[in-house]
Design a protein around this ligand. Structure first.
Ligand code: IPE
Ligand code: IPE
Ligand code: MG
Length: 235
């Protein structure tokens, strides 16, 4: 693979766990379990090929609408994943960076999330943005509220509100925007993921279900990306 066209930031909507399980006549949680393994595999692969930021959509602000036991299972799965993965993250230089309304997560999950942030904050090989209780609209609302508050207190003039300033109030501040978005499971929508950040992102859709998305699938997406011509509004 040509090293020259490695995306700096890849975002993934990991979708299709439930359908994968259903095909095997298993409960949906069976698919989520396999999905976590694929998430680990994807972060290792990203690290190996030199991607700087990997954003994984794990739980959206809309996913609370799912049955209570599925939500609870997902939170427990996340806590176990963080417990198990922390040594690997430390060893491999992965910085864990949650994006989303973390304060609304269950107490034990929130605690684990913040501990993992603390333990990996000096790492600089790969930033893993894990989207938890994340919504692109909620992220923008939160940013606008902070800006409005500053105007109200007289620290900011409305004319000073520019794109660069808005970006400083997003969870992704300081990071390059996603070059490539991958969505598995055949759905062709962004489901409220990184709305602002994806203004010029290249989209890659595959019918592969997330629990089947292995290194070879990830490589296929990167090779497809490398053929794209990006113009950013120019010629
Ligand atoms: C993605 O798989 C994982 C989460 C949203 C947590 P789904 O659970 O959405 O699986 P499908 O789309 O129902 O197959
Ligand atoms: C998007 O998947 C959110 C995550 C992968 C966490 P969904 O399965 O929730 O999206 P919709 O409902 O099909 O748009
Ligand atoms: Mg889904």
């Amino acid at each position: 693979m040509g090293i020259e066209k490695i995306p700096r930031h890849v975002a993934i909507i990991m979708d299709g766990n439930g359908r994968w399980a259903k095909l095997r006549e298993k409960p949906r949680i069976f698919g989520h379990r396999k999905g976590v393994e694929r998430a680990k595999e994807a972060s290792e692969f990203a690290l190996e090929v030199g991607i700087e930021v990997l954003s994984l959509y794990a739980f959206s602000t809309e996913n609370w609408a799912r049955p209570k036991d599925e939500v609870e299972f997902l939170m427990t799965l996340l806590e176990n994943y963080l417990d198990k993965e922390l040594p690997t993250m430390v060893e491999k230089g992965i910085r864990f960076h949650p994006i989303g309304r973390i304060h609304q997560l269950p107490e034990s999950t929130r605690k684990k999330v913040l501990e993992t942030v603390k333990a990996t904050e000096k790492n600089d090989k790969l930033t893993l943005n894990l989207a938890l209780n994340y919504g692109g609209q909620a992220e923008l609302v939160d940013a606008f509220k902070s800006l409005a508050q500053m105007v109200l207190e007289g620290h900011l003039q409305p004319r000073e509100i520019q794109e660069k300033l808005v970006e400083e109030y997003l969870y992704t501040r300081g990071q390059p925007p996603p070059d490539l978005l991958i969505r598995t499971s055949g759905e062709r929508r962004i489901s409220n993921f990184l709305l602002w950040q994806m203004a010029y992102t290249e989209f890659y859709f595959t019918s592969t279900l997330w629990p089947d998305f292995d290194r070879a699938e990830f490589l296929k997406a990167l090779l497809d990306y490398q053929k794209r011509e990006r113009r950013f509004g120019g010629v």
